[in-house]
Design a protein around this ligand. Sequence first.
Ligand code: ADP
Ligand code: MG
Ligand code: MG
Length: 904
Amino acid sequence: MTEEVKRVFAFGKDANGNNVTEGNTNMKPVLGGKGANLAEMANIGLPVPPGFTISCQTCMEYANAGNVWPEGVLDTIHQYREDLEQRVGKKIGDPKDPLLVSVRSGAPMSMPGMMDTVLNLGLNDESINGLIAQTQNPRFGWDSYRRFIQMFSNVVMGLDGDLFENAINVKKAQRGVKDDTDLTAQDLQELVEEFKRIFSENVDPDQYPDLAREGVAVFPQDPMIQLKLAIEAVFGSWDNPRAVLYRKKNKIDDNMGTAVNVQTMVFGNMGDTSATGVAFTRNPANGDKEFYGDYLVNAQGEDVVSGIRNTSPIAELKHTPGLEEAGKELEEVFVILENHFHDMMDIEFTIMQGKLYMLQTRVGKRTAQAALHIAIDMEKEGLIDKKTAVQRVEPEQLDQLLHPQFDKNATYDVLCKGLNASPGAAVGEVVFSSEAAVKAAEEGRKTVLVRWETTPDDLAGMIAAEGILTSHGGKTSHAAVIARGMGAPCVCGADALHIDADKKEVIVAGTDVVLHEGDMISLDGSTGDVVLGAVDLVLPELTGDLDTILSWADDIRELGVRANADNPEDAQLARDFGAEGIGLCRTEHMFLGDRKQIIQKFILNDDEEIRADCVAQLGELQKGDFLGMFKAMDGLPVIVRLLDPPLHEFLESPRALDVEIAHMEEQGAPAEEIAAKRHLMEQVDSWSEANPMLGLRGCRLSIVFPQLPKMQVRAIAGAAAELKKQGLNPQPEIMIPLVAFESEIETLRATAEEVVAEVAKEEGVELNIKIGTMIELPRAAVIADKIAAHADFFSFGTNDLTQTTLGFSRDDAEAKFLPAYLEQHLLKRNPFATVDDGVAELVKMGCEKGKAANPALVCGVCGEHGGDPESIMKFAKIGPDYVSCSPYRVPLARLAAAQAALAK
Ligand code: ADP
Ligand code: MG
Ligand code: MG
């Protein structure tokens, strides 16, 4: 036995003017967004042409059955159709006074323009006479009929829209007129005949036996066949390629289906007192409180957005002769809608012979700037409270506000596209090496660093360049992660670029462009666009609105927000953005540049004296770094991580050395020099590991080379002591990376404490430096209680924890197999971008066990996930006290943390 499921819902009034609407705005999953809000508008007394909605579930049942109608549904639809005819007092197809309807798609999530709609359905060679007789307007009648044939052929039968547009253009040329409104009734009647001919010539009769007459497909005259085919076409449009692509891009579920709205037509094309338009209740670009939109007199449907004629701004509507009343009423409706929905709304309307009809409303899309402005204004107006205001801004959108952008008024051609890895726009000369970028910057020239993929060696160049462009790597590739950390624009994985760094040229596949060093290019890291030449950049207008919303967010959120930064400028920036400390200060970047030789000397020499000398030099330099950092963050915690990466990252690549040796041999270099290079290569080789990410790194370095952590701790403690003597309040904390065993942290903590005590004594100041660990191996999370006994804090390094939990190498997964996983829906999200549930479970376990064993333990998250809103949602529920992210993401994290608290 199957239960009766309600599949069709009426909206609008009956013949006596009573509201018979069966739905409301909360029924979007059933009625789709359009249907649910048509119902809602009818319920609050706005003028909505009556109709009915077929549910989204019906669409999915039809599709899942292989485009077969569920039993009984067609009958129900016809009951509702007859009911509608009774309510309106007209019948579809009536030769004297026909009812015309639109058949409109409408999914639960807004997918603007993605699916299909047919207008003026019900016209045929007989009912056209009734329409003309009733309206006394032959031009309108023929215009409606030609539009119907055009839309039906295009949307339902899939014919090319150009076939019809071309015919219209030919007609306009014959008549010597410019606009479609200049065509006469006679012209349009001829076009109808022409359109029917185009239909027959292009529709395959074998595919549509219902329409075949003597072996030729004929435009359907039976309104019931028109209706059934149109509904089926709307169902089918859920799976048209652009709708599928849109859902993928916007992470919309494929199984929701679309509703179908069958609605009485009202006509904006009945002459000069008729019009159609679209509007927003406020300015969606900047958020100003003004009515915003356009209308077109004597027009229908998509004419406004299709740009066939120039539109007029909505403010003029109430001053347009014949439209004054409707214009005033529309402004009242704007206010009614805002008061009802408590949000900025997007509206579609039509005016028929001076009377206003509402055809659609939904919450309006807006820029970040507008979102902030509108939320604050609405709070002031008492429409929403602060909590709601904080939820009205999407965290990801804030990125738009913080970086330079392409000028919206600029015109340009996109040369190629890559991944939008780090937002903001950059303009500069192409350079192929870090050195070239640094040199250019010294000479005051702006550059874009173009690389196959970046490595830690490129850091100086990445800092010097305006933007970074790579042909390989995903959104968490080295280039992407570092660029986001620095707030530098980055487009990565632009695979049309064939880079030859030696020849210093780039062939751009699919174009005849070859880029050379020094050529100007522009890139937009928010869209992934790469452009040949310089596009004008503008700094986004920063308003006090951001501060206001973030201060409201700070009052609501429970999670702390810190930043990952390893130089004083970034630390200051983070502080300006509201960071409450540094959650991760990496020290490996402090060994690059000129200092690389010193660490290389350390690594490659066995002589203890030379090594001690290197360590002493590095210690001095490190102390200088820490002085700057602690000063910038005075009074706030700064967690310094001891040296972490595999040491070979500081050495030259053996492959490059091999090439160099070959060159030297070719050019007949002295034998000793070649021998020395070869020796170097052997040494370097001896440092390489099969699995460096699982190798000699993290705290294992400190176990093998105890002089390194001692030097670093001494530098940290020394810098703190010096600042204390200056009357400042430095708050450094020491973090031991990649701990798996409690014994590791136990011994390293003891060593660190010893050094701190030594420094305190030497300097004669009291030093309380907390010591903790990074939890980034599953074992550490599982035995967190044991580790917590030796730790003042935990910081979950979720990048490594993801690698080690999933056994996915971050450096390879994105290029090699993650795309297939995402494509085949084995994974919903890239686990390096949004924290995986299994990894989150380990974080939860680590926090619980750790805090149970050591109630004073402070827990944070410092992986890339700390700046991802979806991950922040998860972390808010499972125990960490704060998240730490790159400086540019601090505002976003503050907002996301507030939204997470509200969601709880
Ligand atoms: P989309 O989802 O692409 O916006 P719609 O279903 O809203 O498609 O239809 C597009 C346009 O067609 C509407 O904005 C409106 O101008 C016109 N339209 C749809 N239904 C009607 C109707 N019943 N009467 C008059 N115009 C209509
Ligand atoms: Mg619409
Ligand atoms: Mg790590």
